[in-house]
Design a protein around this ligand. Structure first.
Ligand SMILES: O=C(O)CCC(=O)C(=O)O
Ligand SMILES: [Fe+3]
Length: 664
C-alpha cells in the first residue's frame, strides 16, 4: 500500500502496531526500526498539520467574504472552506488520504504520552545502543515523571558506567524549554489563543453586510449599530461554532491567566509578567494578579519594564470603543444590548466612558430614559477574605497541622465537582478504577494539566478547569503564608481525586480508604520511624487537601502517632475546608473507609525546592541521596509493602507501571 520511496507516509499506527508486535516477539532490531519509523511518521504528520493549518488560515483570510445573505451562513462557509483546504493540503503532503492517518484514541494517547519511547528504550538497550536507549528513556520520563518503572530505569542508567550526561536528552523538546509539562501547556495555550483571536477577526469581518447608499441616515446608523452588536457577539460565536477550539465568554482573560501561570511554572518571568499585565486589562483590580505582578516585577529587577501584549491592548480598546458606541445608541435611539462579555470591567468601563449613568440622570433630556442595565455578575478573582483557621496544631494534637475553612464557596465547590463529573464522563484520563487501597472503592484522579487538556478538546468547560487551577493556587498561597512566610512554596503535584464507595460491597468492611502513611517518607510503624528515601517523594515538604463535598458516609481524615494506630486528630471533610500539614513523619495520616457516596478533594503537595516544582524527576547529575544504594538503616522487608507504595503519589497508579500493560 505504501511502497518505500513512493513519498507516501506510512500511517504511524500501523508502524507502531508492527513495532509492538516485534517487541513482544523479542525481535529487537525490527522493533527498534519500526518504532523509530512510527515516531518519525507521527512527527511528520504533526508537522504537515501545522503547516497546513497556517496556510489554510491565510487562504481563508484572503478569500474575502462569500456573497451569502446572512453572516452566520457565511461564517460556516468560511469554516467549511478552511476544512476543505486543510483536507487538500494534508493529502498532498502525506501522499494519501488524511483519514488514513487518523489513529484510534488509544494510540493517539500513547503517542501524546510518549509511550513508544518506552518500548524503544528497551529494544535499544537490548541492542546495546546505550546512548540512544538513554535518550529514548529520558524522553519518555520527561512526559511520565510518575512512572515508577522508568524512574528505576533512569536511576540504573545514571549509575551505569559509560553513560554520558549528554545522552539524557529530550528528543521531543522544543527549542528552549525542557522538562516541565507546563512547557507544552504553554505552547498549546498560545496556539489556541492565537486561533481564537484569528477566528474572532474572521467573524468580525463577516459582520459587515452590504450597505445601501441611499438609505436614510437614521437607517444607516441603525445598520452600523447592528454591525457593532454583531461584532460584540463574535466572542460567543467563536466559542460555540463547531470545529473551533472550545471557548467561553471569558476565554481570552482565562487564557492569559493560564499562560501567566504556565510561564511562571517554567521560570519565564518576563512572559509571565506580560500575560499578567494583559490579564489586568480585563480585571484591573484582581488582587491576586496584582500581587503576582509585584512579584514578577521584583524578580525581573528595577529597570525592567513590563507591558501588556499589544494585540490584547488593541482588542480591549476596540471592544471598549464599540461598547461605548452601542451603549450610546441604546440610550439615545432605544433598543437593547445584551452584552455577551461578562467581564465586569468591560461593562463598567464602557458605562463610564459613555457617561451612561450621568446622562440618564440629566433632567434636560427629553428622551425616554433608558432601562437601567444591571451589570452582569462579576465572577471576580479569589480573595482571602473570609477564610478562617478552624483548628491549629494544638487543637489537632500534633505539630505543623492546620485546618482552614471557607477557602471555597459552595458554588466554587459545585463547579469543580462538575468538572470531575464531566471528566469522568469522558472515560478518558479520569477513568474510575478500583482504588489502589481498597477493592471497596473506586478511585479517580484528574490533574490540572489534564483538565486544561480536556478544556482544550472541548470536553470540559474552560472556566471550571481554570477554577481548579485557581483553587490550587489559592491553597498554595494560604499554605505558603501560614507555614513558610517569605519562602516560596512550589507545587510538586496536584490532582482532583474522588473516592466512591462501591454499592453493595460495604458490609463488614474493615479496611481504610487510604491506609496510614506519611507523604515524604516511608513509614515504618514497628520501628516507629519514617525513612526519607526513595521511592518516597522526599522533596515534598507540605501537603494540603482541599475538600469539595460532605455528602458521603465515612471518609474522615485522621492523624496518628508514628505507630500508625494511635489516632491523634480527625477532620470531617466539607466544601471549602483545607487541611494542611508538613509532609514528614510527624504527620502520619489516613482516611477512614468511604462507605457510601463519593468523596472528592483536591490533593496538593508542595516543595520548597524549585527544581522539583510540578515534576518529580531528580535533577540529572545531582547526587540523589539514597538512590544509589539502599540505606543501611532501612529495615528492608520489615516495611510493609503497602505502606511503601502509599508514600508515592496516587498518580503513579494510573500510569501503566510496566511496558507490557500498554499498547497491546
Ligand atoms: O484525601 C485525604 O483526606 C488524604 C489523602 C492523602 O493523604 C494522600 O493522598 O496522600
Ligand atoms: Fe497523604
Amino acid at each position: 500500500l505504501f511502497p518505500p520511496g513512493s513519498g507516501r507516509l506510512v500511517p504511524y499506527d500501523l508502524l507502531y502496531a508492527d513495532g509492538v508486535r516485534a517487541y513482544f516477539a523479542r525481535d529487537w532490531p525490527r522493533a527498534a526500526e519500526l518504532l523509530q519509523r512510527a515516531l518519525h511518521s507521527y512527527s511528520q504528520l504533526l508537522a504537515a498539520r501545522r503547516g497546513c493549518q497556517g496556510r489554510c488560515r491565510e487562504e481563508a483570510g484572503f478569500a474575502g467574504p462569500p456573497a451569502a445573505p446572512c453572516w452566520e451562513t457565511r461564517f460556516f462557509d468560511r469554516v467549511l472552506q478552511r476544512a476543505e483546504c486543510l483536507g487538500e493540503c494534508l493529502g498532498r503532503r502525506l501522499g494519501s488520504e488524511p483519514s488514513l492517518h487518523r489513529a484510534s484514541r488509544e494510540i493517539q494517547e500513547d503517542f501524546e504520552q510518549r509511550e513508544p519511547y518506552n518500548y524503544l528504550q528497551v529494544a535499544l538497550f537490548q541492542l546495546k545502543k546505550l546512548d540512544e536507549a538513554v535518550s529514548a528513556a529520558h524522553t519518555f520520563f520527561v512526559a511520565n515523571p510518575q512512572h515508577l518503572q522508568m524512574r528505576e530505569d533512569m536511576e540504573k542508567y545514571q549509575r551505569m558506567a559509560g553513560v554520558k550526561l549528554e545522552s539524557f536528552r529530550d528528543l521531543q523538546a522544543t527549542l528552549y524549554w525542557v522538562r516541565s509539562p507546563w512547557r507544552s501547556a504553554a505552547v498549546k495555550l498560545e496556539e489556541s489563543l492565537e486561533e481564537v483571536l484569528l477566528a474572532l477577526e474572521d467573524c468580525r469581518a463577516l459582520c459587515e453586510g452590504p450597505q445601501e447608499d441611499d438609505t436614510e441616515e437614521e437607517m444607516q446608523l441603525a445598520h452600523y449599530i447592528q454591525v457593532l452588536k454583531c461584532r460584540q457577539h463574535c466572542v460567543l460565536e467563536v466559542a460555540t461554532k463547531p470545529g473551533r477550539v472550545s471557548a467561553t465568554d471569558d476565554f481570552i482573560p482565562s487564557h492569559l491567566d493560564l499562560l501567566q501561570f504556565a510561564y511562571d511554572q517554567v521560570g519565564n518571568h518576563a512572559l509571565a509578567a506580560e500575560c499578567a499585565a494583559s490579564y489586568l486589562l480585563f480585571y484591573p483590580s484582581d488582587e491576586l494578579m496584582l500581587e503576582k505582578m509585584k512579584r514578577y516585577q521584583a524578580d525581573l529587577g528595577e529597570g525592567a519594564s513590563v507591558a501588556s501584549r499589544e494585540n490584547i491592548q488593541r482588542y480591549v480598546q476596540r471592544s471598549l470603543m464599540e461598547k461605548k458606541l452601542i451603549y450610546y445608541a441604546v440610550e439615545h435611539l432605544g433598543g437593547t444590548f445584551d452584552d455577551p462579555v461578562s467581564s465586569c470591567i468591560f461593562f463598567q468601563r464602557s458605562r463610564d466612558l459613555t457617561g451612561f449613568s450621568a446622562a440618564s440622570a440629566d433632567p434636560g433630556r427629553t428622551h425616554k430614559k433608558a432601562e437601567p442595565i444591571l451589570p452582569p455578575p462579576c465572577p471576580g478573582p479569589f480573595t482571602f477574605e473570609g477564610i478562617t483557621i478552624a483548628m491549629d496544631s494544638l487543637q489537632l494534637n500534633g505539630s505543623q497541622r492546620v485546618v482552614f475553612d471557607r477557602v471555597l464557596t459552595d458554588s466554587e465547590c459545585k463547579d469543580i465537582l462538575r468538572l470531575a463529573k464531566a471528566a469522568g464522563g469522558t472515560g478518558d484520563g479520569y477513568r474510575g478504577r478500583q482504588s489502589p487501597h481498597t477493592p471497596h472503592e473506586r478511585f479517580e484522579g484528574l490533574t490540572v494539566l489534564k483538565a486544561l487538556q480536556l478544556a482544550q478538546d472541548g470536553t470540559v468547560n474552560w472556566r471550571d478547569a481554570t477554577l481548579l487551577l485557581h483553587a490550587s493556587e489559592k491553597s498554595r498561597k494560604i499554605v505558603e503564608s501560614y507555614f513558610t512566610p517569605g519562602k516560596r512554596l512550589h507545587f510538586s503535584f496536584t490532582h482532583l481525586v474522588c473516592r466512591t464507595a462501591v454499592e453493595g460491597d460495604q458490609d463488614g468492611r474493615m479496611d481504610l480508604s487510604h491506609p496510614v502513611h506519611a507523604d515524604n517518607c516511608l513509614l515504618d510503624p514497628e520501628g516507629k520511624e519514617c525513612w526519607r528515601e526513595p521511592p518516597a517523594y522526599m522533596y515534598r515538604d507540605y501537603s494540603g487537601i482541599l475538600y469539595l463535598n460532605d455528602d458521603f458516609h465515612g471518609g474522615d481524615l485522621f492523624f496518628t502517632e508514628l505507630d500508625a494506630v494511635t489516632v491523634t486528630a480527625q477532620v470531617r471533610p466539607k466544601c471549602g475546608k483545607l487541611v494542611a500539614f508538613s509532609s514528614g513523619g510527624e504527620n502520619p495520616h489516613g482516611v477512614w473507609a468511604v462507605t457510601r457516596g463519593r468523596r472528592c478533594a483536591i490533593a496538593l503537595w508542595y516543595t520548597l525546592s524549585p527544581e522539583h516544582a510540578e515534576q518529580v524527576m531528580l535533577p540529572l547529575g545531582a547526587n540523589q541521596e539514597g538512590t544509589a544504594t539502599t540505606s543501611p538503616h532501612r529495615p528492608g522487608k520489615d516495611i510493609p509493602l503497602l505502606l511503601l507504595a502509599l508514600s508515592l503519589p496516587p498518580s503513579l497508579w494510573h500510569l501503566g507501571a510496566s511496558v507490557c500493560s500498554s499498547g497491546s
